[in-house]
Design a protein around this ligand. Structure first.
Ligand code: ZN
Length: 541
């Protein structure tokens, strides 16, 4: 194998610190010492679908089109779960396909349905409805997987993990059982990679591992270097998990001759403590931007929603008219998606079905007023400003109209230690402190990690990078031109000598590169269960 990319969801040097590397992860430690490494800046927002799609396209989310777990539509004021039909640019795999490389993309999140490619193998990861779906390309590769790995599961599998807000707890049996499942998930990916390499040798392989992200959500106090030594047996279990992860990395790396090849280990985002939750729509309601529906229509909405919930067979569109108890013709702005950032949508005439704001002056004035109000919010628990930075997509990327459907008309940019909610349920406080709760929660931080090691790569070198930079760096290493769609830049200073790399305008890929038609009902099968799992894991409200 020439190139191996190992994706470790949620990995950060803040957790995989020197002590963990020395005690539990000798392979990662060695790769770092004998290669180049650094902090890998994640996407806005630092969420798994956005960041891995950036990793495999070399484009930031406003270009590739996958911003978070769900995608909002102006046309019918609805959201739907993202999948590969939402990816607007060719991926690394399309490019390698075109260039004639053999490759395997194994378990990368939100690669369902797999892209229909000429050559190569794709096995969807986290975000795929499960093993009953057509999660491989070519489709008959699925039966090969089960003949080699009868218990193979996609992503995190179908297990019901503990809820994020309670964590994994202190029950040793539950703890050990969950660890056993997650370690098995690591080994399933290794076994998959090993049989691919034996039966269908490829030049470029990417393998992704999801369990570390879940563990950091569920076990933050036992993993945070500031607190882990207080919880001896839990910490030791986690350390055992790191050893298993390192063993898997070591086995994968052994497939590459580092004197000739290239290994990249990268994460999609980092992690850190979650201190405060902000209920954004409560503020919008107080300021008169969200108008509640009257009690009678709220009852009708709830009844209708429950019937639809029972009868809906697919995870297709979810109308916000049903989700929020809101009078849409009087509502002017609402936060629609708030996982790691706040996405505020204005309700604009002729853009959304019950638009109430006039485009032009009223639109601009509303954004200014909202900015002013949000900027003035102070956290009563800490005395600090709640929002450091607010921006419109136009201010961030130069085109408001083009990017506001994906990102919202106004973005409350992520602030470390904060998360944002859209709930309109009555509550006395709009900012909840989580610092003193029974379970110390965590959230994605933008600082992920990467290591690059192999032929022509500097040893013991450190430099920060952006996750969009990895794919252009790989193209440079392969000495192939960088497609015009990439907005990441190659990390030239990790090379011992400047490689041949030309930012070359390539031909636009034909539109047929995208996956099957979005209207194919088959790709929605099982998405209800997936939505349930994502909600349980805390990724969706
Ligand atoms: Zn992630």
């Amino acid at each position: 194998m020439k190139v191996l990319i190992i994706g470790v969801d949620g990995a950060t040097w803040d957790v995989l610190d020197q002590s963990v590397l020395e005690n539990c992860m000798p392979t990662l430690q060695k790769l770092k010492q004998t290669g180049s490494s650094g902090i890998l800046e994640s996407t806005i927002p630092p969420l798994t679908p956005a960041a891995w799609t950036t990793c495999i396209t070399g484009c930031r989310p406003h270009i590739h089109g996958v911003v978070d777990f769900k995608k909002y539509s102006f046309q019918d004021n609805s959201v739907k779960l993202v999948d590969t039909t939402d990816v607007q640019v060719p991926t690394l795999w399309h490019y390698l396909d075109q260039q004639g490389y053999s490759f395997a993309c194994l378990n990368v999140p939100f690669t369902y349905p797999p892209f229909p490619l000429e050559k190569g193998i794709m096995v969807s990861g986290f975000g795929c409805p499960g093993t009953t779906a057509e999660f491989t390309s070519p489709p008959d590769f699925k039966s090969e997987i089960f003949s080699h790995i009868p218990d193979y599961s996609v992503g995190l599998g179908q297990e019901r993990y503990p809820k994020r807000k309670y964590g994994l707890g202190n029950d040793e049996i539950t703890f050990r059982t969950t660890m056993g499942i997650l370690i098995r998930r690591l080994n399933q990916r290794l076994e998959l990679a090993q049989f691919v390499q034996t039966d269908h040798p490829v030049e470029v392989m990417m393998v992704q591992f999801q369990p570390l992200d879940l563990l950091q959500h569920l076990c933050w106090p036992y993993m945070d270097p500031r607190t882990r030594n207080r919880y001896r047996w839990q910490r030791d279990q986690i350390f055992e998990f790191y050893r298993q992860l390192d063993h898997v990395i070591q086995q994968l790396v052994s497939m590459v001759n580092l004197a000739e090849g290239l290994v990249i280990v990268a994460s999609d985002h980092g992690f850190g403590p979650l201190n405060f939750s902000i209920f954004v729509n409560q503020y919008l309601q107080r300021w008169g931007y969200v108008k509640r529906a009257n009690p009678w229509s709220r009852l009708v909405r709830r009844t209708r929603r429950n019937i639809i919930k029972r009868t809906r067979s697919s995870g297709q569109k979810m109308s916000l008219q049903r989700k929020y108890p809101v009078n849409w013709s009087k509502t002017k702005a609402i936060a629609v998606r708030c996982p790691g950032y706040g996405a505020i949508y204005l309700n604009v005439k002729d853009r959304q079905p019950h638009g109430s704001i006039q485009p032009g002056k009223e639109y601009i004035d509303t954004i200014q007023d909202l900015k002013h109000r949000f900027q003035g919010l102070v956290n009563p628990h800490s005395g600090e400003k709640v929002f450091d930075r607010l921006a419109t997509p136009g201010e961030l990327w130069g085109n408001q109209e083009k990017y506001c459907e994906a990102y919202g008309d106004l973005l409350l940019l992520p602030k470390e230690g904060y998360d944002y909610h859209t709930s309109l349920k009555k509550r006395s406080h709009f900012i909840a402190t989580l610092r003193d709760g029974p379970f110390r929660a965590s959230i994605h931080y933008p600082q992920g990690m990467y290591v690059i090691n192999g032929k022509d790569i500097k040893r013991e070198y450190q430099t920060p990078a952006h996750i969009a930079d990895l794919v252009p760096t790989l193209y440079s290493w392969l000495k192939i031109s960088i497609p015009a769609e990439c907005d990441g830049v190659p990390l030239l200073d990790v090379f011992e000598e400047n490689p041949h790399c030309v930012q070359q305008k390539t031909q636009r890929f034909p539109s047929s590169y995208t996956s099957k038609d979005q209207n194919t009902p088959k790709i929605h099968e099982g998405k209800e269960a997936l939505i349930g799992q994502l909600q349980n894991l805390g990724y969706l409200e």
